[in-house]
Design a protein around this ligand. Structure first.
Ligand code: ADP
Length: 190
């Protein structure tokens, strides 16, 4: 299996590039943000709790996201592999992902990290907020999310770097140009 982590700050283009990657490599896309937004939309108990946290730009508790991930792994085991988008966001989530994959005798193949300067992130997210009305794409929450990323999520890059699985990719440029950079990395690990 090919198990990719697509890593990067909010607004770095993980969702956009994930769509391209699943098209080319037939992987199952797991976005914890999308899964949480589905819970919010269906107004489940979990969704009601998650909405308040997401609107502040904070992280939903590790136990909740790990539970969602384990369910998806079980549903799609035996496929070509997974692309994890927006997960793991804490070192604890990374450890749990490694544990969960090892239950299927699998492991993370590579972490591709989209590198984009903060100023560009804020610009992209404000634009997305205008176009889609996503409730966490407002200036205050955007700044919180980037701060949370720098404080709680960046250590995850170091965690995979120690295992020689961390691959930075320049996330500025056209969608096609960035996708080509990503393909080069993936074809290097396959
Ligand atoms: P973005 O990467 O643009 O911030 P996401 O859709 O990945 O957007 O996440 C939106 C929000 O959902 C996050 O700010 C956070 O509150 C919650 N969330 C998503 N994934 C996780 C995760 N792995 N752990 C904790 N919270 C998460």
């Amino acid at each position: 299996m090919l198990n990719l982590i697509l890593f990067g700050p909010p607004g770095s283009g993980k969702g956009t590039q994930s769509e391209r990657i699943i098209g080319k490599y037939s992987l199952v896309h797991i976005s914890t943000g999308d899964l949480l937004r589905e819970e919010v939309a269906s107004q489940t108990e979990l969704g009601l709790k998650a909405k308040e946290i997401m609107d502040r730009g904070a992280l939903v508790p590790d136990g909740i996201v790990i539970g969602m991930i384990r369910k998806k792994l079980e549903e799609h085991k035996g496929g070509r592999g997974f692309i994890f988008d927006g997960f793991p966001r804490t070192v604890e989530q990374a450890r749990e992902l490694d544990r969960a994959l090892s239950d299927y005798s699998e492991e993370v193949s590579v972490m591709i990290s989209l590198e984009v300067p903060r100023q560009e992130l804020v610009k992209r997210l404000l634009n997305r907020g205008k176009e889609t009305g996503r409730s966490d794409d407002n200036l205050e929450t955007i700044n919180n999310r980037i701060d949370v990323y720098e404080q709680q999520t960046l250590p995850v890059a170091h965690y995979y770097d120690q295992m020689r699985k961390y691959e930075p990719v320049d996330g500025v440029g056209s969608i096609d140009a960035i996708f080509k950079r990503i393909v080069k990395v993936i074809d290097g690990v396959k």
